[in-house]
Design a protein around this ligand. Structure first.
Ligand code: F6P
Length: 366
């Protein structure tokens, strides 16, 4: 019986438990055995009790749990070949030759490297007498399937990552709460949101809450933005608005790639407009908590698709990433998506902001 491993890696995201549940139950429904690898790649490297067979009932109630119940960790050892050798050995000892990983682009790239080194890793383990030829013979091919779990929605080739809409929902709730107190005192609030180098959460939160101004990494404001921002806010105030909300993505930069900090924005609002201003950094509140309905559904449909992808894959199939495009669950070549994600980041680093936008647009025209 085929044994399928599932793990979560990188920052936790709401919906990861729904993804693990779907993988476990779909694996069982398809006559396979499901194994959870606890603590991300650390579990793979350490093995032992961190690799555990999962039964149908082990994932009962997981749809409504936040975070990831099988744990996650940032694992340095797996970046080294020695760590990947240990991981390969643990997989063979457990008879697992398919891995479904729910994580961000870094975690999924690590998985693809692992696959590309296979079965060389196994041959090395035999040479080192850590495994026998008989043990490795049935496992000459390793299947990797990626599920993108991240609140940042920062992966190319998919419209939504697991966790992004839950986080957006939480941000909107928080801004609604802030609105009430801002309105009462006629104050301004600068709200810093997560997203690493991606502005999706900030932009969509701005649209969803009617913010006055938004700062994003992908579209840095032109020089002199301080005056532009103040003019817009002054206009809104003149029209009778009592509250001001400015959303700053944590990765926001200006055209010289210098960070745009919430405290600098606050100083401008105080000095130029005389607004009584506070800063709210939402922090991990926007990452924890239960998944919204969309993420539960997305993770479940994608978990099911990931198992199908494992069962249909051949040694020639490139590792797939399970995506959603125009509301359909799709499979995309994992490394193409990673490369596209990294090209956008490289454009921004080289101050080629138009290039970054073109790449994003091209993705939607595909
Ligand atoms: O990638 C998810 C994320 O929450 C980012 O938005 C943020 O930059 C980062 O992780 C925070 O990481 P940590 O939890 O390690 O502080």
């Amino acid at each position: 019986r085929k044994r399928i491993g599932v793990m979560t890696s990188g920052g936790d995201a709401p919906g990861m438990n729904a993804a693990v549940r779907a993988v476990v139950r779909m694996s069982i429904a398809k006559g396979c055995e499901a194994y959870a690898i606890y603590e991300g790649y650390e579990g793979l490297v350490k093995g032992g009790s961190l690799i555990k067979r999962m039964r149908w009932e082990d994932v009962r109630g997981w749809l409504s749990e936040g975070g990831t119940l099988i744990g996650t960790a940032r694992c340095k050892e797996f970046r080294e070949r020695a760590g990947r050798l240990a991981g390969a050995k643990n997989l063979i000892l457990n008879g697992i030759d398919a891995l479904i990983i729910c994580g961000g682009d870094g975690s999924l790239t690590g998985a693809d490297i692992f696959r590309s080194e296979w079965p060389g890793l196994l041959d090395e383990l035999v040479k080192k007498k850590e495994l026998t030829q008989e043990q490795i013979n049935p496992f000459q091919h390793l299947n990797i399937v990626g599920l993108v779990g991240s609140i940042d929605n920062d992966m190319s080739s998919t419209d939504a990552t697991i966790g992004a809409y839950s986080s957006l929902t939480r941000i909107c709730q928080a801004v609604d709460f802030i609105d009430a107190t801002a309105y009462s005192h006629s104050r301004a609030f600068v709200v810093e949101v997560m997203g690493r180098h991606c502005g999706w959460l900030a932009l969509m939160a701005g649209v969803s809450t009617g913010a006055d101004f938004v700062f994003l990494p992908e579209k840095p404001p032109a020089a002199g933005w301080e005056d532009e921002m103040c003019d817009i806010i002054a206009k809104h105030r003149k029209l009778g608005k009592r509250k001001t909300i400015v959303i700053v993505a944590e990765g926001a930069i200006d055209r010289d790639l210098k960070p745009v900090s919430a405290s600098y924005v606050k100083d401008i609002l105080v000095d130029k407009l005389g607004l009584d201003t506070r800063i709210t950094t939402l922090g991990h509140v926007q990452r924890g908590g239960t998944a919204c309905a969309y993420d539960r559904m997305l993770a479940t449909l994608q978990g099911v698709e990931a198992v199908e992808a494992v069962l249909e894959s051949t040694p020639e199939t490139p590792s797939p990433m399970i995506a959603i495009n125009e509301n359909k669950i799709t499979r995309k070549p994992l490394m193409d998506a990673v490369k596209l994600t990294q090209s956008v980041a490289a454009c921004i680093k080289n101050k080629d902001f138009e290039g970054a936008m073109e790449l994003r647009d091209a993705e939607f025209e595909e």
